[in-house]
Write a protein of this length. Structure first.
Lengths: 86, 228
């Protein structure tokens, strides 16, 4: 399993556990870095999120807070759950 | 024609030579003997079962099975509280688990438990709190608002538990630093002791040196002791 795949699976796995709630990005990063060795750098993590979000069928979606534009929360989609089963 | 085993057994029995001598009467066990043997067998069986149980209880619970061995949610929560709330080290937590629940485990199993299950536990807590919050909201509120408030509650509980965890980590880090400081103090004391012993030896050899005068001896001793 490549580093990209490991990171993507860790992100999807963490978000699957949180369903139906979304997980803030910082907390997601903390939790993913708890299981991925070596911990992902910020750029690497952002790239993994971007890749999961911009695939043909997005595996995760970004939820924005109406009152806090800085807040970024991620939610797994059905495509993401299906990807975990493969 | 094939015969069944039962038939073969019965036919075998019937083919015993009638002239065979019956077993002597004294070799047959008496009723009391049989009772005694049965009782002994029962005692052995119980002893073996107890021994097996003791062995099982004594066996150390491995990393994978600590979660399962704890069994109930209350016990798991207690262990998470010890780790997050009290900030117990893995070793102390393993000892606490053994004292409280009678489950012998290892610090590495506790570490594995923590790594694998702390996230699940925190999420479980946050979800249940969010559901409770959602259930308490007036039913005539819009679903969108109810969901948003539940999400807020979920995040708040999760954050609170994470903060608790961070505090526990910091407490552990502080304890580790204390231990490190203590170790460096001990090291310095040992070094000081070695230096003093060396000075003492030098002073003794100076005093035992008969080739130099008393004034010279005093001067050298002052120099050794750093008084010059």
């Amino acid at each position: 399993m490549t580093r990209t795949t490991t990171l993507a699976r860790a992100i999807l796995d963490r978000l699957r556990i949180c369903q139906p709630y979304a997980l803030p990005e910082e907390q997601l990063a903390t939790e993913v870095n708890g299981v991925v060795r070596p911990p992902a750098k910020a750029t690497e993590f952002a790239a993994a999120l971007q890749a999961l979000n911009t695939a043909e069928a997005p595996r995760i979606v970004l939820l924005r807070d109406d009152f806090d534009p800085e807040s970024r929360k991620w939610l797994i989609t059905e495509a993401g759950e299906a990807a975990l089963l493969r | 024609m094939k015969t069944s085993p039962a038939r073969r057994r019965s036919s075998g029995k019937s083919q015993n030579p009638p002239s065979a001598e019956p077993a002597p009467a004294e070799s047959l066990p008496s009723i009391d003997d049989l009772k005694e043997r049965t009782a002994q067998a029962e005692r052995d069986r119980i002893a073996m079962a107890e021994h097996g149980m003791r062995q099982r209880n004594r066996a150390t619970v491995s990393a994978d099975s600590l979660w399962g061995a704890l069994g109930t949610e209350t016990r798991r929560r207690a262990v998470c509280d010890w780790l997050f709330g009290l900030g117990l080290t893995n070793t102390k937590c393993a000892r606490q688990i053994e004292e409280t629940f009678g489950i012998r485990t290892t610090p590495s199993a506790v570490r594995f438990f923590y790594q694998q299950h702390s996230f699940l536990w925190k999420i479980g807590q946050a979800k249940s709190q969010a559901e409770i919050e959602k259930g308490q909201l007036p039913s005539n509120w819009e679903a969108r608002i109810r969901e948003a408030l539940a999400q807020r509650r979920f995040e708040a509980v999760y954050q609170a538990l994470t903060d608790k965890q961070i505090l526990a980590f910091e407490k552990l880090d502080l304890e580790k630093r204390k231990v490190d400081l203590k170790a460096s103090e001990v090291f310095l004391t040992e070094r000081r002791l070695i230096l003093l012993e060396k000075k003492m030896q030098d002073a003794q050899s100076t005093l035992q040196d008969s080739t130099i005068t008393a004034e010279e001896q005093a001067r050298r001793i002052r120099k050794i002791l750093g008084q010059e």
